[in-house]
Design a binder for this molecule. Sequence first.
Ligand SMILES: *[C@@H]1O[C@H](CO)[C@@H](O)[C@H](O)[C@H]1NC(C)=O
Ligand SMILES: *[C@@H]1O[C@H](CO)[C@@H](O)[C@H](O)[C@H]1NC(C)=O
Length: 212
Amino acid sequence: MLRILIFVSLLCNVFGYFTLPGKCPERVNLKEDFRLAEFYNDWYQTYSYSSDGHRHNNCSVLNLITKPTGIYLNQSRVDRGLFHRYSVGRMVIPSDIEKPAYLDIEFQFENAPRRLKTRRYPFRVLATNYNYYATVYTCEYSPLIDKHFIYVWVLSRSHLLNEVSLALATKPLQQIGVDPAKLVKEDWSKCQPKYYEDQATEPMTFRYPVPI
Ligand SMILES: *[C@@H]1O[C@H](CO)[C@@H](O)[C@H](O)[C@H]1NC(C)=O
Ligand SMILES: *[C@@H]1O[C@H](CO)[C@@H](O)[C@H](O)[C@H]1NC(C)=O
């Protein structure tokens, strides 16, 4: 019974979350010769797009961390203007050296059932010049309802992005069918949280553990 309830509640969420018809965009041209080593240090979300229309990832800051076990991405956000939260996932470096921007990110969910403990999501770099802007997206597909979800980060090394950088950063979005007019601008004046959490939490940009 509980299983059915969980399934039904998952299903309801799925309909709200996956809204774009069909599979994730294919044959997308990502950043050529992407160099992860130059992607270190803080990146601020200046614009974002979430295909479900929700804003769960406000004031996001992304930065890479090197640990003995690999390279990790630390993604922080401000929840309801109050709580500073972050999530850490391991970057999965593509084995094909010809495709350096085809990154994945892997999260560990300790309390989840065994087969759902490790969850992997795409983290694809569409464009960057390392010093000013970067555009990254993730996509999840639901075979069950044949729809997908897309989240786009338009990142900057500062809280703002100049017009030239913005144009370069948003140009490749047409490949994934995202209209730049739908990007939501981040208002950094509303990003002063009261409370800092010192434990990693679930990322809001990567949601479903299993293909459903
Ligand atoms: C992640 O970044 C935030 C700041 O954006 C910081 O407060 C937090 O300690 C970082 N977490 C780790 C594990 O480095
Ligand atoms: C994100 O910011 C928007 C606009 O300020 C707000 O409506 C929304 O509730 C925020 N979301 C979260 C999860 O904090």
